[in-house]
Design a protein around this ligand. Sequence first.
Ligand code: PMP
Length: 386
Amino acid sequence: MKYFDHAASTPPHQDVVQTIAEVMERHYGNPSSLHRAGEDSAKLLRRAREVCAQALSVQPGEIVFTSGATESNNLAVKGAAFQYIKRGKHIVTTTVEHPSVYEACRHLELLGFEVTYVPVQADGRAAADQVLQSVRKDTVLVSVMHVNNETGSIQPVEDIGRRLKAEHPRVLFHVDGVQGFGKVPLALSESGIDLYSLSAHKIRGPKGTGLLYVHSGVKLFPQLSGGGQEGGMRSGTENVPSLVGMAKAFRLAKDASEANVRNWRLLQSWIVDEISGIPGLVLNSSAEAAVSAPHIIHFSYPGMKPEVLLHCLEDEGMAVSTKSACSSKISEPSRILLAMGKDRETASSGIRISLGDEHTMDDAKELIHALKAAVQRLNGLKGGMK
Ligand code: PMP
């Protein structure tokens, strides 16, 4: 099986697997325990924090370890909303956020918060001007993702962050960085970003492991009460093996980033060109570096259930995705594509191809060959049904 679903999850790096196995076997002490086994685990955790901080060019004390980006996003959005409730009850976000931000905002609305969902343009990007114009006196948080998980569109988060801090220094800025890390450069410290979520399994690390960067001085109302680990922001015994594995994965991803991006851009631009020539398919993403992340290609096959094409491709040994993995079991049109102004047919038939470290031009050629054959077959069926 050729795997083209790296935006959903990546095959763990062999070094990461080995590290996790070693730590699990040898370093089982609770990092909060005072004996040597505990201190041993605490030391590994400290080192993992340093490596993660280095990968982001931030301070180790600004890293909060979590169980993944769903938790990081919930902690950022709800934690900021509850902590700074006296400042106001208004949040600004976009219509295309991942459900872990979008639904967190919806839940806050049920509790009396007001949320402005800034719309996006046809290319899936929100205008920085519109985000800034939505900020009010009672706004406590602006949350905008870096790269969209469905279409790969890049949001102008650096522009938003810099202007937000210049115009409204007290308003916190959260960025869901999951699909951007190692793919699209982002100067975290210079972009006015207070909170930044990452997940390990998108960069060849373990699942169920992530972090939240919390800019020094920013406080968050904890979502989990307990023993006060992670500076009191995230109680619970730390998952030491996975966190050490995540640190390794971040370092490897950062080191490989330049070569990966160069390769992905070549493959992406070729794949996009090919898809634009296949009758019946409609591209929803571009290969333009300023607008689209290098690892995602998204298209629709209007009039055909995306699962049909997905399974046809699977029969040919190619794994792709319908919508994003988190929403692929929901048989409704994509909220993201509708927000981009696509009609219901186009929004109901999206397919995502996402690239990984191992892909070569030969893999891309095999994929396109399979796609052309599948679409030709299905176009014939569509014609026959008329
Ligand atoms: N944000 C984005 C943009 C994502 O793509 C994902 C993963 N689908 C998440 C958040 C959630 O990450 P996790 O799987 O670690 O909970």
